[in-house]
Design a protein around this ligand. Structure first.
Ligand code: PLP
Length: 684
């Protein structure tokens, strides 16, 4: 039965609808660039790392604008040939290196230009991405700048102590601490590392002081001050007077008194603040730096002469939507402006107060790692609202021939007439008329006076008319809000093989935008405007806000008809927080990974250094206490019982058990083969 208008099509084998599909043909490169810019704002958020080539593929320049381009589509195919499957996270280790160098060089330049007497000693907060390969690459790229690490928990400290080797670079311990945490940090001091214990609440000092005496360690102590300046955007609560971390002014003075009383004045080495991540507005950052620098200077004037680091925390933002504005998903400043602002404000306040300038520490996580990874998804089907079948038309004809209730017959005639006489003058009036008809039919259906066939016929005609109305605005300069909303509700839903809860948690939880672009076929016109849905069994598992060159944020994304072939989308700027914060909803677990390195000796200019297979079903089940041998035993017991009762042949039973055991080692995500059989709603 062709009941409702939604149809599910397998991407691999479905036919495009006449209404939706534009024929594919290639375009000149400038036109490809223009369209990619218009639809996806690629060059705006790409920061010089991502472009589109003449083949319509996304290319990556890991060393920034003008550097060698790697074809992302080819890389993905090579990783698939190596046995990985989708979804897949592609990491560009050279982008990581480049970002770390850029941050350090920005401060180096600002210090030089502003004649700043101190140095820059940045650290990477490993909570932003703890993957060993990421942290190792950051350390290696930052070695010449003595770039250090920041940790916020015991496990992070254990990892950092092992990886941190440079006695000149800092290892900063933030977050609440217990005795074991403090003991381990002091052990790092014994190894000659510059480990700084940042006091987040006064009581911590009461453990640090006796423990360092007992361990005979000269501790480096930092204090986090709670500024009155608050951040802005989604992470604003990390700063301001209500922040959960940091000492009030009175507590800072109490900490100073405690240190003095224990003869530990010289152990107070660093003053820290952090007003939140992704601060969109430079004026807020400047205000915070001025306030922090004032605290620093005043404490120095109390006689804490060894206090020589001022740590401005994280917050350096990323322009996720490419709008260069002070909106939540963007920033109104560049990296260089940020570095200059930090350096100049600290210099000026110190000059005003007559104290020597500190070495500057920043804890930029997002800005260091966001760009380096791209999540690749495959589209395996889509749900369309206006796919009309022959059977629908026959049904509508029958209704019009008068075999049904007269009201429905009248509505069918009216809707058909509107469809055939629609023009620019009457389109909004027709839209309102059609809405009224649809509402009336819904009420009649709810009280039981029309049947399913009648309802289906009216809805078919309504959506056809809606689509025609939306299309009539295609070239219009202004589109009324109600038509924009209609356009969004007509959007096809593209089914993508991934979990938002695992891979895009900040989009789900905070509505953060990540740019999404097909990584190939950009030389062909798109056929659809669609939203994306994931494979979790949750209605929240969808994306319906997209970065766009036209509207900044668009409820739909321009997409191609998959035409029976693999169709890959890239979600960009994924390297910060997303990898690590993803949860286990539906037990999908970690995705496949490919790590890419530039290499001039390779014909394509790169090689895939490492591939990390995704979590297996056995692994994710183990994480929630289902041991594989327990599961197999339970299955075997049930199978044996059925065999004994003659409900199952022994041969069949053993095959079943074998399939279960083998399946446990399989990937948690879906697997599709291009030649798989067609599935669409006409067949149900
Ligand atoms: N430092 C601290 C104390 C943080 O809490 C955070 C994250 O919120 C960071 C640094 C990293 O911030 P961002 O990723 O904005 O650079």
């Amino acid at each position: 039965m062709a009941a409702y208008l939604y149809s599910v099509q397998m991407a691999q084998a479905s036919a495009p609808t006449a209404a939706n599909l534009t024929t594919s043909n290639s375009m000149p490169h400038e036109e490809i660039v223009r369209r990619t810019q218009q639809e996806y704002a690629l060059e705006m958020w790409g920061a010089g790392y991502f472009h589109v080539n003449a083949e319509g593929h996304i290319v990556v320049s890991p060393l920034g604008p003008g550097s060698r381009e790697l074809d992302l589509y080819k890389i993905v195919n090579e990783a698939l040939d190596l046995g990985l499957s989708l979804p897949m996270l592609v990491r560009f280790q050279d982008i990581l290196r480049h970002r770390v160098q850029q941050i350090n060089e920005a401060f180096r330049l600002a210090i030089q230009e502003l004649n700043y007497a101190g140095q820059y000693r940045g650290v990477f907060p490993i909570k932003v991405n703890q993957l060993r390969e990421v942290v190792e690459e950051v350390i290696s790229a930052g070695a010449e700048y003595h770039f250090g690490l920041e940790v916020g928990s015991k496990p992070e400290l254990f990892a950092a102590l092992a990886l941190h080797r440079d006695p000149e670079s800092l290892l900063i311990c933030n977050g609440y601490k217990d005795e074991a945490f403090i003991r381990m940090a002091l052990l790092g001091r014994k190894l000659g590392k510059k480990v700084i214990l940042v006091v987040e609440k006064l009581e911590e000092l009461l453990t640090i002081i006796p423990l360092s005496e007992a361990m005979q360690v000269n501790p480096m102590i930092g204090i986090r001050v709670r500024l009155t300046t608050r951040g802005a955007g989604k992470w604003a609560l990390s700063g301001g007077e209500d922040a959960k971390f940091g000492l009030s002014t009175a507590d800072v003075l109490e900490a100073c008194r405690l240190l003095e009383n224990h003869g530990m004045r010289d152990n107070f080495r660093l003053l820290h603040f952090h007003i939140g991540s992704q601060v969109p507005d430079i004026s807020i950052l400047r205000k915070a730096v001025r306030e922090g620098a004032r605290y620093y200077a005043k404490i120095r004037k109390l006689g804490f002469d060894k206090l020589n680091y001022l740590d401005v925390g994280g917050g350096l933002g990323i322009d996720y939507d490419g709008s260069r504005s002070m909106t939540e998903n963007s920033t109104n400043y560049t990296l260089q402006e940020y570095a200059r602002s930090v350096v100049s404000h600290i210099r000026d306040i110190c000059a005003e107060e007559g104290v020597s300038v500190p070495d500057i520490v920043s804890e930029s996580g997002r800005a260091a790692v966001a760009h380096h990874s791209v999540l690749i998804l495959d589209v395996f089907g889509f749900i369309e609202k206006t796919r009309t079948r022959t059977s629908d038309i026959i049904q509508i004809d029958e209704i019009q021939r008068g075999q049904n209730s007269s009201t429905v017959e009248k509505y069918v005639r009216e809707l058909r007439s509107m469809l055939s006489t629609l023009n620019k003058k009457n389109r909004r009036e027709y839209f309102h008329n059609a809405n009224e008809i649809k509402e009336d039919v819904e009420s009649r259906f709810n009280v039981g006076i029309i049947d399913l066939h009648e309802k289906a016929a009216i809805e078919t005609l309504y959506w056809l008319l809606a689509e025609a109305i939306v299309r009539s605005y295609d070239q219009a300069k202004t589109v009324p809000d109600e038509v924009k909303a209609l356009r969004a509700s007509l959007a096809a839903q593209f089914l993508c093989n991934f979990s938002i809860f695992q891979s895009l948690i900040d989009h789900w939880g905070l509505g953060q935008l990540f740019p999404i672009v097909p990584i190939h076929r950009l030389s062909e016109p798109t056929s659809y405007r669609g939203t994306l849905v994931d494979i979790t069994c949750d209605s929240d598992g969808r994306i319906s806000r997209f970065v766009s060159g036209e509207d900044k944020v668009n409820p739909t994304l321009a997409l191609h008809h998959p035409q029976g072939k693999p169709y890959y989308l890239g979600i960009f700027l994924m390297g910060a927080y997303q990898d690590i914060m993803g949860d286990m909803h539906n037990l999908f677990g970690r995705v496949n990974e490919a790590h890419i390195f530039l290499d001039e000796d390779e014909p394509e200019g790169y090689y895939i250094e490492e591939t990390i297979p995704a979590a297996t079903i056995a692994k994710v089940l183990e994480d929630v206490q289902y041991d594989s041998s327990f599961l197999v035993r339970e299955m075997k017991e049930q199978i044996d019982k059925l065999i004994k009762e003659d409900h199952l042949r022994p041969n069949e039973g053993m095959k079943l058990l074998e399939a279960y055991e083998k399946g446990l080692q399989d990937n948690t995500y879906l697997r599709f083969h291009c030649d798989s059989s067609t599935f669409n709603s006409d067949k149900i």
